[in-house]
Design a protein around this ligand. Structure first.
Ligand SMILES: [Zn+2]
Length: 83
């Protein structure tokens, strides 16, 4: 017997057991990898699932924001003022 697995889109919450044209994203602080759907990748620890290109892109954008928007250094603080 085959067991149908269900996957949920990280963005819209859609659930499927037939993830045609879905994508898997693996990411870390250092890199983000978009994978064409395959069960092995989908079941990997930390893998994220997306119902299509649009929602994968939403996630990629969020990742960019998290990488590109670190807490700003405190420029107001005087740096090594010599007097
Ligand atoms: Zn979705």
């Amino acid at each position: 017997m085959t067991t149908l697995q269900e996957f949920r889109c990280e963005i819209c919450g859609r659930i499927t057991n037939n993830p045609d044209h879905w994508f898997v994203i693996e990411y870390s602080d250092a890199k983000l990898t978009v994978l064409k759907w395959n069960l092995e990748a989908a079941n990997a620890a930390g893998a994220r699932h997306f119902c299509g290109e649009a929602h994968a892109q939403v996630y990629i954008s969020r990742w960019f924001e998290s990488i590109c928007s670190p807490p700003k250094p405190d420029f107001a603080r005087p740096a090594q003022v010599k007097s």
